[in-house]
Write a protein that binds this ligand. Structure first.
Ligand SMILES: [Zn+2]
Length: 626
């Protein structure tokens, strides 16, 4: 394991003054030379006077009398129709000899150009970047992120041709960073086709980068927005541990060139996977707090695991990408959910989190699952198909109508892993299924029965039936049986008040509640969602209601907990609410509060066999505490 840090590493070597002159002359001559007929050339530049805009010039080879220019509607990895064409303006076209061509808009994502004269079509347009997110582009004075699907047009004739990209930046904006390889000319990048072009996000920023090599493979962590709260060197050391653990998990390295972690500490969140890079967004002070930092490491582990699971090994329905339409797959529990199972596990195996921290993360996933009524309505395979209309567009009823395939998929990973280990008495596990899956389906899209077949091969027909029930029914996942194999149990609450002794006797009233989720963006106690089957739902509460008082008492954020604890579950009282600014009261019979967390603890008979099993899962040496 070799570690080389190169802060503020320059990827483009700075030539001497004389050399610069030659390069400039060559660049000048080159830019006026006719580009090869079999490639597309894109040039990005910044308009001088306006923010959030990027100027695009694209040259396409054309051979048919009419050419359609197409803007993608979504970007792979983020399954939502985003209608990127809505941000495209001032589009114009000229022929190779400078003749202005008519551009006609024919649908929301297409423009038609008269190209009866063969040769090259030059298109100019600008793209507005309204949102800062991992799945779109953002142009600002401080930094830019270019996600190709939201910026580059394509034509059916040229989609499979090599694509060249030049980004015209200056010292104020900073350097250009991307995993796309240089084409040979200084500052010009080359992708083998349109898919590769849009799979390589580009960052333009003044930012430090940290480089390391693991088993002859190069990696770079770019820290856009690095500040006194971000220890870039420590982050790079921890990223390397994740890289090493993930590479040794899969036992085969699909990377063909340096892999980039494009990390933006810009008070945004999320991550998006690509073949040779990932974009991660995080808070500026995320590293200050241990739990927050673990969240960041979890995203790093998640996105890097995706290099294998979803980039190189992908559901058939997502291959090849159709940038204009939804591609429906039932397999996101595998592509995303099992990736979520392994992101925490690989952090543990890499020694980045303690066993008890892993158990807290697992308990949090189980808590999210078991407090979401929608798990009883929609199987995880259906939630996957519905991602286009549900997951990225949640509303106040989502909690009642669906379940996240990330959350349920992660818990399925744990339950299935424990099942395979238990049934084979520790000889088989989920890791093995994942690796077999990869050896069969890397670069060859898999159908929806592929994973099940491998589970049957390993665990027999009963294992197949077990998996089917996890995926296609809404039965509760038996996490208790899974935990039992490891000598663990889950304490589900409900939360009790008073001292420990009283808790045990059960004589103390339990904290009561009425089954609502509060809207954290609002100053008062405003309801974001009402859980199906809760007393709040029975009483007639609605999302948007502001709760002003309970019984005779004014209810506020700072006395919510203590006031609710003063009522017994089952007790009847009244709520004073404001609904669309009209004050009214509702009678309510209080529930037991939804536990605000679950805890995984050792069983009383926890012993050596459990330690062995847990060590095999967590990849850490454990000692039983006295
Ligand atoms: Zn993911």
């Amino acid at each position: 394991m070799q570690l080389v840090f190169a802060k503020r590493l320059n990827w483009v070597r700075k030539p001497g003054r004389f050399l610069s002159l030659i390069v400039l002359v060559l660049l000048f001559l080159w830019s006026y030379a006719a580009p090869a007929a079999d490639e597309v050339r894109h040039t990005l530049s910044y308009p001088a006077s306006r923010q959030q805009l990027i100027q695009v010039r694209s040259e396409f080879p054309v051979s048919s009398p009419v050419t359609e220019l197409i803007m993608p509607n979504w970007t792979p990895g983020s399954y939502l129709i985003r209608d990127f064409a809505a941000n495209v303006d001032r589009i114009s076209a000229v022929s190779e000899d400078g003749k202005v061509l008519r551009v006609q808009k024919i649908s929301k994502d297409r423009w038609q150009v008269d190209t009866s004269q063969p040769g090259r079509l030059v298109v100019n347009y600008e793209v507005f970047t309204p949102n800062l997110s991992v799945s779109s582009s953002w142009i600002s004075g401080a930094f830019s992120l270019i996600n190709g699907a939201s910026v580059f047009l394509y034509t059916e004739q040229s989609r499979n041709l090599p694509q060249l990209l030049e980004v015209v930046s200056d010292t104020d904006r900073g350097e250009v960073f991307t995993a796309m390889p240089l084409a040979g000319q200084d500052g010009v990048y080359q992708a083998s086709d349109y898919d590769e072009l849009v799979d390589n996000p580009v960052a333009v920023a003044k930012a430090p980068s940290y480089r390391f090599i693991y088993e002859n493979q190069e990696y770079v962590l770019l820290n856009v927005g690095e500040n006194e709260s971000w220890d870039g060197q420590k982050a790079a050391r921890d990223v390397e541990k994740i890289v090493a653990e993930t590479q040794s998990f899969w036992r085969t390295n699909p990377l063909k060139r340096p892999y980039w972690f494009l990390n933006f500490a810009v008070e945004a969140k999320g991550g998006l996977e690509h073949d040779h890079s990932t974009v991660i967004m995080t808070g500026r002070r995320q590293m200050r707090d241990r739990d927050d930092y673990i969240k960041w490491l979890g995203i790093v582990a998640h996105e890097f695991f995706h290099v294998w699971n979803v980039r190189n090994m992908r559901p058939a329905e997502l291959s090849p990408y159709d940038y204009q339409h939804e591609q429906y797959t039932s397999q996101l529990w595998l592509a995303e959910g099992l990736t979520s199972y392994y992101d925490n596990l690989l952090m543990s195996r890499a020694g980045l989190i303690k066993p008890e921290e892993y158990m807290e993360l697992l308990a949090a996933d189980i808590h999210r699952l078991e407090t979401t009524p929608g798990r009883l309505l929609r199987p995880v395979t259906e939630a996957s198909i519905d991602t286009w209309i549900r997951h990225y567009q949640p509303n106040s009823n989502s909690v009642n109508s669906t379940i996240s395939y990330y959350t349920k998929g992660a818990v399925i990973g744990f339950v299935l892993d424990a099942y395979l280990r238990k049934e084979s008495n520790g000889r088989h596990d989920l890791d093995e299924v994942m690796r077999r899956m990869y050896s069969l389906y890397s670069g060859k899209p898999y159908t929806s029965d592929a994973f099940e077949q491998l589970v049957i091969d390993l665990g027999g027909p009963e294992a197949g039936e077990f998996l089917q029930s996890l995926l296609t029914t809404t039965s509760e996942l038996d996490v208790d049986a899974a935990l039992d194999w490891f000598g663990l149990k889950l304490e589900r609450g409900p939360v009790a008040v008073g001292d420990k002794d009283e808790e045990k006797t059960g004589e103390v009233p339990l904290t009561s509640g009425f089954g609502v989720i509060w809207d954290e963006g609002e100053p008062g106690l405003v309801i974001k969602a009402v859980l199906a089957g809760s007393s709040g739902s029975d009483a007639g509460l609605m999302p948007g209601d502001e709760i002003l008082a309970i019984g005779e008492e004014r209810l506020k954020a700072d006395n919510l907990e203590s006031l609710m604890s003063s009522f017994h579950p089952g007790e009847e009282t009244t709520l004073l609410i404001s609904r669309r600014d009209r004050i009214s009261s509702l009678d309510i019979k209080l529930d037991t509060a939804i536990p605000d967390r679950f805890d995984i603890v050792l069983q009383s008979d926890f012993g050596k066999r459990h330690i062995k099993r847990l060590q095999s899962l967590l990849g850490q040496n454990l000692r039983a505490r006295p």
